[in-house]
Design a protein around this ligand. Structure first.
Ligand code: HEC
Ligand code: HEC
Ligand code: HEC
Ligand code: HEC
Ligand code: HEC
Ligand code: HEC
Ligand code: HEC
Ligand code: HEC
Ligand code: HEC
Ligand code: HEC
Ligand code: HEC
Ligand code: HEC
Ligand code: HEC
Length: 448
């Protein structure tokens, strides 16, 4: 075969391409003039005959469009629009709007109009004649959207939101137009609350987390899908820090960190949404603490509970997040049995009690723990081998009056303390020394 011959065949084939293309594309609409088309479409009746286009009028679609059923083909197909394909206006929305005034109004009065609608491309989603879907939709909802949008990203995460999984995009996005960004059907939290009805009441609580009011739910939850449980935008133990950086810094600085806080389990104490209790707490403070510190619930059964403990105010003394003091205490308090007295060491107690308790030598007012006017608190605490408050008192609760401990741990043994209270004083039989008494009115002479 000669080269020239081959070239000719190639050239001829190339020349044929437009002809072939023309054949396929225009075959369904191949009129040569407006007149010819006018003749073809000369009156509604003539469009549909047993031979021609009858399927548009009587087709077995479950949902059929009124004007097609009525044979009013020429409201859409007009010779005027020739030579446009199928005799159609390029901007169909003008035609559709002629009858669908409410849609026209919706589009005109909305801030955000969908791309295809701006282009008048109503039939990218609707079959103008009818279809087996309600509203003559051309495909299932999500398939329809995927004609123009890559939905990969929306379904990328392992955890897919139920309405997204079901392809019910329209429950959140108006397919035409709306006044809310992304053409959402509602704004902020309301969008989500239309389905999450059980949370509606929550939004009337006294304390609502600021993001829910400011921007709704999507600061934290991806509305479509995500790699974290509940589609949280960060793992649950980090999400709070994305906004509360100050808390992260604060925690980093503490030498003593409360484990649940430093591990980011903020939601064991705080609701991410709302609460009836200040600081979005999930429950009364002491209940929260006892949830984890179960062994301490016995404090509630003791005869005498320390003021703030009785009030459930554990955080009067403990910082729930952390601190620079042992036992995450807000202020210093020595955890020893003996410690030399120094000003400042007992600051925790002196947040609520008077320091004179341990500083005045002789007093008739600063404390009841005195023999005559000799301050026994000072005697025990304020010296080189000072006894700490916890040597005698149980800070949380006790069965003995004045929060006296029943026993104290000394080395590896527990030494009992027997305390007998009288009208004007008391007697004590601790492991430390023999029975001693004190009386505020008639000073007791204790023998050694
Ligand atoms: C509401 C407007 C509207 C009405 C009414 C309408 N059509 Fe159409 N028709 C269109 C549009 C738009 C297209 C272009 C195809 C598409 O976008 O789905 C089309 C396409 C067609 C086509 C070519 C494509 C195909 O599906 O075969 C024929 C033939 C047709 N219509 C016939 C009719 C006949 C016959 C009637 C009356 C019984 C009718 N149409 C009524 C809007 C309409
Ligand atoms: C000649 C008037 C006319 C034109 C033009 C027209 N429609 Fe309709 N359409 C109707 C009538 C009448 C109904 C049935 C009554 C109703 O449900 O509103 C209807 C129903 C519909 C429905 C279903 C509504 C429902 O609630 O079930 C959709 C969707 C629709 N039309 C879309 C379109 C689109 C898209 C166009 C443009 C391509 C269009 N229509 C053009 C008259 C028209
Ligand atoms: C991106 C796809 C899409 C486009 C483009 C689109 N629609 Fe729709 N349309 C829908 C869907 C989806 C529904 C069903 C809404 C629902 O489920 O509430 C609908 C519903 C309708 C309805 C009936 C319900 C109603 O709101 O009255 C009419 C009428 C309608 N569309 C007309 C139009 C017209 C006119 C255009 C062009 C201006 C258009 N549509 C363009 C997707 C689309
Ligand atoms: C015919 C093509 C087409 C179809 C079908 C389509 N879209 Fe779009 N969509 C666009 C274009 C173009 C834009 C971008 C232009 C714009 O925002 O106006 C867009 C933008 C969007 C946006 C972003 C809007 C914003 O304000 O940021 C959302 C959300 C959206 N589409 C949802 C949908 C959903 C849901 C469906 C299915 C019901 C759908 N689209 C079907 C073409 C389409
Ligand atoms: C539960 C409500 C909800 C459902 C269901 C939903 N979306 Fe969205 N979508 C949103 C919200 C809210 C936004 C705004 C994004 C944001 O604020 O983070 C959005 C944004 C979008 C955007 C814009 C993306 C961007 O990054 O700007 C597209 C596109 C989109 N959605 C498509 C879809 C499609 C397609 C479906 C159905 C498969 C769907 N959506 C289902 C709530 C939803
Ligand atoms: C159209 C109804 C609907 C809307 C609107 C809606 N949701 Fe949902 N959502 C559901 C359903 C259904 C479930 C699954 C409930 C179940 O399995 O118990 C769900 C589950 C959830 C869950 C639990 C985790 C999961 O996926 O099972 C979260 C979190 C959630 N939705 C957040 C949101 C947020 C945020 C919005 C607003 C952007 C929103 N939802 C809007 C219907 C909705
Ligand atoms: C500040 C971040 C944040 C915001 C804003 C937020 N959530 Fe959540 N949401 C969470 C976290 C964290 C959880 C996990 C709670 C848990 O496991 O106890 C959660 C859990 C959920 C759950 C699962 C059921 C439950 O209550 O444990 C649903 C449903 C939910 N959110 C819906 C919403 C809705 C609806 C909104 C808006 C009204 C919203 N969320 C706003 C962080 C947030
Ligand atoms: C999207 C940002 C954002 C995220 C994520 C976030 N918060 Fe907030 N949070 C705020 C804002 C803003 C305030 C109000 C700040 C203010 O008033 O000082 C606030 C206030 C609070 C308050 C009340 C403070 C007060 O003084 O009343 C608590 C408690 C709280 N957040 C806990 C959390 C927890 C726990 C998480 C994680 C589940 C979390 N936040 C996640 C933005 C966020
Ligand atoms: C053990 C329970 C508990 C944990 C865990 C916890 N908190 Fe708190 N948080 C509280 C309590 C109780 C308060 C109330 C203020 C008080 O009594 O000191 C509070 C107060 C707050 C406040 C407002 C006052 C302040 O101190 O700034 C913010 C913000 C806060 N927490 C954020 C967080 C964050 C973020 C986390 C996770 C890193 C977290 N919390 C973990 C119990 C907890
Ligand atoms: C989610 C569980 C949880 C909750 C709620 C909780 N804690 Fe803790 N707490 C812990 C864990 C875990 C430790 C560390 C125990 C360990 O290291 O042996 C701890 C340790 C402590 C310590 C000893 C700290 C140290 O540095 O020695 C104190 C004191 C304490 N918690 C008080 C509280 C108080 C007060 C509350 C209520 C505001 C509370 N806890 C709520 C889990 C919790
Ligand atoms: C008046 C201050 C104060 C109050 C109020 C208080 N605590 Fe304490 N707590 C302390 C002190 C001081 C220690 C350290 C005791 C020690 O040094 O032996 C401590 C130790 C602890 C410890 C670690 C040792 C242990 O006994 O398990 C836990 C847990 C604890 N407190 C929980 C709580 C809880 C829960 C509440 C609220 C019901 C609470 N505290 C209220 C001062 C207080
Ligand atoms: C947040 C305030 C507060 C702090 C801090 C505090 N207390 Fe108290 N304390 C009270 C209140 C209120 C009472 C009175 C109610 C009662 O008897 O518990 C009280 C009573 C007492 C009593 C019993 C008094 C009596 O008349 O029976 C003792 C003992 C005591 N506190 C010791 C301490 C010690 C030790 C500390 C330091 C670890 C301390 N308190 C820290 C508030 C506080
Ligand atoms: C040697 C044992 C002992 C030590 C140590 C001790 N207390 Fe006491 N405390 C008592 C006794 C006993 C009472 C009861 C006095 C009475 O009412 O008869 C008491 C009573 C109190 C009271 C009630 C008011 C008052 O002064 O009568 C407070 C408050 C108090 N102690 C705080 C402290 C603090 C704070 C410390 C540590 C700085 C401390 N105690 C150390 C034995 C002790």
């Amino acid at each position: 075969m000669s080269k020239v011959y081959l070239l000719r065949i190639i050239l001829l084939t190339l020349l044929m391409i437009p002809v072939i293309l023309h054949f396929f594309s225009e075959s369904a609409f191949s009129f040569t003039s407006a007149d010819e088309y006018l003749t073809h479409a000369g009156g509604s009746g003539s469009c549909t005959s047993p031979q021609c286009h009858i399927q548009f009028e009587t087709g077995e679609k479950a949902f059929r469009h009124e004007p097609a059923v009525a044979g009013e083909c020429n409201v859409c197909h007009t010779a005027k629009a020739y030579p446009n394909k199928y005799g159609l206006e390029p901007n169909q929305s003008i035609i559709c709007s002629g009858c669908h005034k409410s849609i026209e109004h919706e589009i005109k009065s909305s801030r955000f109009v969908h791309g295809p609608i701006k282009n008048g491309d109503c039939t990218s989603c609707h079959d103008p004649h009818g279809s087996d879907r309600k509203f003559f939709l051309k495909a299932s909802y999500s398939k329809m959207c995927s004609l123009c949008h890559s939905l990969k990203g929306l379904y990328a995460g392992e955890f897919i939101h139920k309405p997204v999984e079901d392809g019910n995009c329209g429950l959140c996005h108006d397919p035409h137009a709306s006044n809310f960004k992304s053409r959402l059907t509602d704004t902020g939290a309301n969008l989500c609350l239309t389905c999450h009805e059980d949370m509606v009441a929550g939004m009337t609580r006294d304390y609502i987390h600021a993001p829910l009011i400011k921007s709704g739910c999507t600061d934290c939850h991806d509305p479509h899908s995500g790699g974290n449980k509940l589609r949280l935008k960060s793992p649950v133990d980090q999400i709070c820090f994305t906004c509360h950086e100050e808390k992260k810094n604060e925690l980093n600085q503490y030498t003593r960190k409360h484990k649940p806080a430093s591990e980011g389990q903020c939601i064991t104490c705080h609701s991410p949404h709302y609460s009836e209790i200040k600081y979005l707490l999930l429950d009364e403070i002491d209940t929260l603490c006892y949830n984890c510190h179960k062994e301490n619930i016995v404090w509630k059964e003791r005869r005498f509970q320390h003021g703030p403990v009785a009030q459930g105010n554990c955080t009067a003394c403990h910082n729930p997040h952390g601190s620079d003091n042992a036992f995450i205490l807000r202020l210093s308090f020595p955890h020893k049995f003996y410690t030399p007295y120094e000003k400042g060491k007992y600051n925790l107690c002196f947040l609520c009690h008077k320091e004179a308790l341990v500083t005045t030598e002789k007093t008739r007012t600063a404390t009841s723990f005195r023999n005559g006017d000799i301050n026994l608190h000072r005697l025990h605490v304020n010296q080189q081998k000072g006894r700490t408050c916890r040597a005698c008192h149980d800070i949380h609760a006790s069965d003995q009056e004045d929060h006296l401990r029943e026993e104290f741990p000394f080395g590896s043994v527990n030494i009992p303390i027997y305390y007998f209270k009288t009208e004007t004083g008391g007697r004590c039989i601790p492991g430390c020394h023999k029975e001693r008494g004190y009386d505020r009115v008639n000073k007791v002479e204790n023998r050694n």
